[in-house]
Design a protein. Structure first.
Length: 285
């Protein structure tokens, strides 16, 4: 593990254009070798884009693995490298929404999805506002140390998924917290909410955070355009939360759908998003 992390530390320091070129090659290799993940991505694309011709979905599959490879270098650069090369061409929209919340002393939950750009764009946003994050704790102690150390270079705090009280305290005190509720979290409070029209087990934590802390829920869009990054902070969701976590979870999924439609190849399609199904529906994988 130390050798692997040392290798990533070194790779984080090569020039950014070269990283993108190597990353595209790594993604092409992963497409050939990672059969189970390729299958999961292919199934996800068929479920989410049934109207797209098969040739179009296959092209999107190849592009998604290419962006997956580039994303590995983005992770390495965000955690252990310099952000200066990518800071030179960044467009950020909607910061006024965060400034308004800060003036009110109100916390904000920035909701996004698992895109390959999430780490580098999170670091870029931290140049403008203090932002904490949530993450799934790693079993391997070296990896746990490395991830926390890397992210705390730019995040104001990191909370493991089970550290709910400190995270809620952060929001109640007017802090901003980045959160991605778009994966099937077994053992958590979930409802089945549509994602691209397909029932998906969706964690209700976004509803609960807003209900218990009074924070605003803010969709956070981010994508890569060539060598440029575009970050967009959408207005807070109106009338959120409601009394029912199911429609609130559907609204969150709809916001993430909109993010995917802006950068479909940069979404983490290799995750088995639909592994749990409502009663009577066969598992798709």
């Amino acid at each position: 593990m130390w050798i692997a992390l040392g290798t990533l530390w070194l790779l984080a320091r090569i020039p950014w254009p070269l990283q993108r070129a190597i990353g595209a090659g790594v993604g092409a290799l992963a497409l050939r070798l990672a059969a189970s993940r390729r299958h999961a991505a292919r199934v996800n694309l068929a479920l989410c884009f049934p109207q797209m011709p098969e040739a179009g979905r296959e092209a999107l599959l190849r592009e998604s693995f290419r962006d997956f490879g580039i994303g590995l270098f983005e992770f390495a650069r965000a955690w252990w490298g310099s952000a200066d090369p990518v800071r030179r061409d960044v467009r950020i929209e909607g910061l006024e929404h965060l400034h308004s919340l800060k003036a009110q002393g109100r916390g904000g939950l920035l909701v996004s999805g698992h895109f390959m750009t999430l780490e580098i764009c999170g670091r870029l946003l931290c140049d403008h506002v203090p932002l904490a994050g949530m993450y799934r704790r790693y079993r391997h102690p070296v990896m746990e140390w490395a991830v926390r150390r890397g992210r705390l270079r730019y995040a104001s705090a990191m909370f493991a998924n089970e550290d709910l009280r400190p995270a809620m305290r952060h929001l109640k005190q007017g802090g901003f917290l980045w959160y991605a509720p778009d994966q099937d979290m077994r053992g958590k409070d979930t409802v089945f909410a549509p994602f691209f029209g397909v029932p998906a087990a969706t964690i209700t934590a976004t509803h609960q955070f807003a209900r218990l802390t009074g924070c605003a829920v803010i969709p956070f869009f981010h994508r890569r355009e060539g060598g440029r990054y575009v970050l967009r902070i959408a207005p807070p969701l109106d009338d959120f939360p409601s009394k029912d976590p199911a429609p609130d979870s559907a609204r969150v999924n709809a916001a993430i759908e909109a993010m995917v439609c802006e950068a479909p190849s940069q979404y983490l399609w290799i995750h088995r998003r639909f592994k749990r199904r409502p009663d009577g529906m066969a598992p798709p994988y």
